[in-house]
Design a protein around this ligand. Structure first.
Ligand code: ZN
Length: 342
């Protein structure tokens, strides 16, 4: 058995570890009306592929609605991308759980101007550090921190997290060089998740700061207190909010800037449009390359064929869980191209 990725000492014996804390994950992926584990039904959107996964307790009529018939192999291979085995030891899993359950309490609090979340910023910093670090080392979101950054976060967590929350030494944290350099900003649309679908997107190009959209939170995580990526770039219409939101460092209480439901809806709309746009661009490139390699005339696949491919890919009669994945892309492309073979 491998060693635990956090302490690097004990054997990584823990199964079913959550990469994204359960209290947030369940708001993103659980089927309606269910908050327990094993009720997730989620889609992970990557460049080309959309992978799906479902919890053991999702009722079969719901699965049928989304996938149609599932083969034994599909059921066997079904794996949650954010729940992992043998990453951590039980001790470290418990250390992470301590800050998670404390942080989960902040969900109930909100105001319509910048407000203290109810935990000290040291705890908030540990919580978001643990989320960003786990997402990065899980390597399933398409974004990873640098090796060096991963190691900085691991060292901080391993050194500071304790078996009991009360044992964490906040005074020592304040003196630590590596922790002093880290800061984060939080924007939240309180209770958005109760009315709207939410998702998790780790922005692939912004690194100063790293930017994570998770449920109704938008998190900006900065090494060396550097937020320069937002000086001159648009971030789906909320740059003003980003510069106006307080930077949380290791002192005082954690502060959150709330945004309105309308602002959040606009933000999500722009974000999703960007993701779709990226995918269409990649698809276009892929089809052009395929067209050239098949000996087609010119450098681009004719628009007429592409239009037909898009129409086939997005056909409404396909079950949701069968659309937008690599398997479907391959089959559809072959079928359509066959017609044009001559
Ligand atoms: Zn460990």
């Amino acid at each position: 058995m491998k060693n635990c990725l956090l302490c690097k000492k004990n054997q990584a014996d823990k199964k079913g570890s959550h990469i994204v804390p359960h209290f947030l994950l369940k708001r993103i992926v659980n089927i309606e009306g269910k908050s327990g584990r094993d009720y997730e039904l989620g889609f992970v959107i990557q460049e080309f592929d959309t992978t799906t996964h479902f919890g053991r307790s999702v009722p079969s009529d719901k699965l049928d609605e989304v996938f149609g018939e599932l083969s034994d192999q599909e059921i066997e291979e079904n794996q949650h991308p954010f729940v992992v085995d043998n990453f951590f030891c039980s001790d470290c899993e418990n250390r992470l759980a301590q800050i998670e359950s404390e942080y989960a309490k902040t969900l109930i609090k909100s105001e319509d101007k910048v407000y203290p979340s109810g935990v000290r910023s040291e705890l908030g910093l540990l919580f978001w550090t643990s989320v960003i670090w786990r997402i990065s080392i899980n390597r399933k979101s398409g974004v990873e921190l640098s090796k060096n950054q991963n190691e900085i976060l691991r060292t901080v967590l391993d050194r500071v997290l304790k078996k009991e929350l009360s044992e964490i030494n906040y005074e020592e944290m304040k003196m630590a060089n590596d922790i002093q350099k880290i800061s984060y900003k939080l924007i939240r649309c309180p209770h958005y998740s109760e009315k709207h679908a939410t998702h998790m997107v780790f922005h692939p190009t912004f690194k100063k700061p790293y930017s994570l959209i998770i449920d109704e939170y938008i998190v900006f995580f900065a090494f060396n207190d550097n937020y320069s990526d937002y000086m001159d770039k648009d971030f789906f219409g909320i740059q003003k909010e980003i510069s106006g939101s307080p930077s949380n460092k290791i002192e005082g209480s954690e502060k959150i800037l709330p945004i309105s439901e309308e602002k959040m809806r606009e933000f999500n709309k722009k974000l999703i449009a960007k993701i779709i746009n990226q995918r269409v661009k990649k698809l276009n490139l892929f089809w052009d390359e395929l067209y050239i390699s098949l000996g087609g005339n010119g450098r681009f696949m004719p628009e007429e064929i592409k239009r037909e491919l898009f129409a086939e890919l997005t056909a409404k009669e396909k079950k949701l869980g069968r659309r937008h994945n690599l398997d479907d892309l391959e089959k559809t492309t072959i079928n359509v191209l066959k017609k044009y073979e001559s």
